[in-house]
Ligand binder design. Structure first.
Ligand SMILES: [Zn+2]
Ligand SMILES: [Zn+2]
Length: 290
């Protein structure tokens, strides 16, 4: 990344001269909508076309603004752009899953400081998502209830892991988080995806994202390197068992230590976490903004 030039900045010739939020086609696309269709072949060394898309979502024209510094009104513009693009891509017959996320921070490997997120559309359901969907769907069949609604009810009545609430969303630390300050923003109403949000809910989500991001950056006094993942059901079909939420994976264990995915995490898929969610939730609750 050159220090004197950024393609995402107005004036670069790559983006409009004036924009609030902007969808930018990834210069290094891992998936393309005009690739050959996805047809898994039998055999150990088979390959298949990577048909899909990789968008960069430019959050703001200001290169130096952090996501936490963006106003809630501006976050609402990002949510509207996410929603429009979700609907467009979900309608594409080749697309089976929309993975909307943000990587932030040099420690995560981000080369572009300009505030942005990404949208990958896949011709398949990614494996980690598939596992969550299978688990939620199995619970729904067995209990005739949404596991996320039940989790939220139980979290609210327990209260110890709640970080922030508003009328439409609740932010809490999962009981068994993988990262010390892992957080989830969960919709209060049982809705599967972004396009199901009412306008008031979209506004409340913008406020909630802004608060959570500020809390993260204030926790250690520097912008928290993190991944923000929007959780959706598959793009096609009905998924009554699924409930929209956002996961945050901040990789900082403390102000000076990073949580590495070492032998036990990478090799066994088992996360070691040296903090308890109740303590971390209290710390984050007490961190500004209240
Ligand atoms: Zn820039
Ligand atoms: Zn639910």
């Amino acid at each position: 990344m050159p220090t004197h030039w950024c393609p995402f900045c107005p004036g670069s010739g790559r983006v409009p001269e004036n924009y609030d939020v902007f969808l930018y086609a990834n210069d290094f696309a891992a998936l393309r909508l005009d690739n050959p269709p996805f047809e898994p072949h039998p055999g150990l060394f088979a390959t298949a076309g990577a048909r899909g898309s990789t968008d960069v979502v430019l959050y703001h024209p200001n290169h130096n603004l952090t996501p936490a510094q963006m106003s809630a009104d501006h976050w609402l513009k990002v949510i509207h752009l996410w929603t429009t693009r979700y609907q467009e891509l979900a309608a594409n017959p080749d697309i089976r899953y929309l993975h909307m996320f943000e990587n932030t921070g040099v420690a995560i490997g981000v080369t572009m400081p300009h505030p942005h997120g990404q949208i990958y559309s896949f011709p398949f359901i990614p494996p980690q998502v598939e596992r969550e969907l299978a688990s939620a769907s199995e619970y729904f069949e067995r209990e005739h209830a949404c596991i996320y609604c039940r989790l939220l009810t139980d979290e609210l009545s327990d209260g110890r892991r709640i970080v922030k609430e508003n009328e439409s969303f609740v932010a809490f630390l999962p009981f068994a988080g993988r990262y010390p300050a892992e957080m989830q923003i969960c919709a209060r109403r049982h809705i599967p995806a972004l396009p199901d949000l009412r306008e008031k809910e979209a506004q409340d989500l913008a406020v909630m994202i802004k608060s959570v991001r500020m809390k993260y950056d204030n926790l250690f006094g520097f912008p928290m390197p993190l991944m923000m993942i929007l959780r959706h059901p598959p793009a096609k079909g009905e998924h009554p068992y699924f409930h929209f939420h956002i996961d945050f994976f901040p990789i900082q264990r403390s102000a000076t230590k990073i949580k590495y995915l070492a032998g036990v995490e990478s090799g066994a898929g088992t996360f070691l976490n040296d903090t308890v969610a109740e303590d971390k939730a209290r710390e984050l609750r007490e961190t500004e903004p209240a």
